[in-house]
Design a protein around this ligand. Structure first.
Ligand code: NAP
Length: 247
């Protein structure tokens, strides 16, 4: 039986805690009010926003020595929604690994929504948790815990540096299509979600400018942006990177 510590009692912390318990393993959930409580798990999940990871490491870094530390963050620039806040040749997991040289750091859960982790399903398919990292034993430990909790595991060969491909932002949506082998559907969903993200970004920059929608045409998911009242600049390209990425 494994013992897991989860730091962060929000949506993901609670969802991951339920998976751990379902698999017959033990879990402790530590919130920001539990700073005096020592971490006792052999595996520690950092279920906090990326900017808070630095504080957690400052507060508890020494307690993580010898443990497997799991980074689940999506270090998105939440002001612009168009880039990551980690260097292009790095990743959140790689930055965390550099800050915790005595821990084995994994990347996982960043491609799944809290709701699909908790329910164990994406539509009719099992939720898939992608795990990346440099240490095979650490990956096996986390894989066992996740699989025991009823989720599907995809253990890649990717190390922590390449753990954050931008396309991971579309993980839950694209994954089931990939699993089912429907590449066309995966591309459609990725395009649609990319367009919706763009629409949301535009809307954040200029409230009430556009409305985003996802629909289906000829069996393929499509994204649509509809102006609402105010005319505005519409010269921003619609995420060509997503198409190029998956092509
Ligand atoms: N939600 C999703 O579907 C999803 C999917 C994939 C990945 N993620 C990633 O998962 C992480 C958590 O997301 P979430 O949706 O669970 O966020 P959330 O619901 O806002 O929860 C974040 C938690 O972090 C805690 N926290 C912040 N600073 C802390 C500290 N220094 N020590 C201990 N706890 C601290 C907060 O506690 P207080 O409120 O007490 O400060 C809060 O409980 C993020 O990095 C996100 O990018 C989320």
């Amino acid at each position: 039986m494994a013992h897991v510590s989860i730091i962060g009692t929000g949506n993901m912390g609670q969802a991951i805690a339920s998976v751990v318990s379902k698999g017959g393993n033990t879990v402790e959930l530590l919130g920001s009010a539990d700073k005096d409580q020592q971490v006792t798990g052999e595996l520690v999940v950092l279920a906090v926003p990326y900017p808070a990871v630095r504080d957690v490491i400052a507060e508890r870094g020494d307690q993580f020595a010898g443990k497997v530390v799991v980074d689940i963050t999506n270090p998105l620039n939440f002001e612009t929604f168009d880039s990551l806040v980690v260097p292009a040749d790095s990743s959140a997991a790689a930055e965390i690994a550099a800050a915790l040289p005595q821990s084995r750091v994994l990347k996982a859960f960043n491609t799944t929504f809290a709701g699909t982790v908790a329910s164990g399903k994406v539509g009719d398919l099992p939720t898939t948790v992608q795990i990346a990292g440099d240490d095979a034993d650490a990956k096996s430990l986390l894989s066992g815990i996740v699989a025991a909790g009823g989720l599907r595991v995809e253990q890649g060969n990717a190390g922590v540096v390449v753990a954050e491909e931008p396309r991971h932002a579309h993980g839950d949506a694209v994954q089931p299509a990939r699993v089912a082998g429907h590449r066309r559907r995966a591309l459609g969903l990725a395009r649609a979600l990319g367009m919706v993200l763009d629409a949301l970004r535009e809307r954040a920059a200029q409230p009430r400018l556009v409305r985003a929608a996802v629909g289906r045409r000829d069996g393929v998911a499509i994204g649509r942006q509809e102006p609402i009242g105010i005319a505005g600049p519409r010269d921003r390209p619609l995420r060509p990177a997503v198409d190029a990425d998956l092509a």
